[in-house]
Design a protein around this ligand. Structure first.
Ligand SMILES: [Mn+2]
Length: 145
């Protein structure tokens, strides 16, 4: 299993390749707000572990294993964003919240959260019921102040 830091890199590399067709060390450094030398180090580590192939002047290519893992990591991030949005978390918190929790949940938890997202998405009435509870709780909070 990749470490949280390796996961961040794989996720970002997968997204860059998906969006631009390639991932350069400088693009990865910028996206993750780290020094290019840290990127080079991590990329070499990921190469050693067969997630990608790195050639200094030709750039990097994900292996089948790297693609599979990267795809799952991007899916996990997007699912967690959908989930937080769905349960009514303020947009301003969503990205940082997901970055904070994504590495610390089991794949079982991810799948169950996927069920919950599906449960709500399949029926708008369920979302309305949740919103009703939230309005009630908000009103109670104001009353308690
Ligand atoms: Mn992420």
């Amino acid at each position: 299993m990749p470490t949280p830091s390796m996961e961040d890199y794989l996720e970002r590399i997968y997204k860059l390749i998906e969006e631009k067709g390639y991932a350069r060390v400088s693009d990865i450094a910028e996206a993750l707000e780290v020094h290019p030398s840290s990127v080079t180090k991590m990329v070499q580590k990921l190469d050693k572990k067969d997630y990608l192939v790195y050639e200094k002047y030709r750039g990097l290519v994900l292996t089948a294993k790297g693609k599979k893992v990267g795809k799952r990591l991007v899916y996990r991030h997007e699912l967690l964003e959908d989930f937080l949005k769905l349960i009514g978390v303020d947009k301003a918190y969503i990205y940082d919240d997901v970055e904070g929790i994504e590495h610390h949940l089991s794949w079982d938890a991810i799948d169950r959260i996927g069920d919950v997202v599906q449960f709500f998405q399949e029926n708008d009435e369920r979302i309305q019921l949740l919103k009703e509870i939230q309005r009630k709780n908000e009103a109670d909070e104001i009353e308690e102040m």
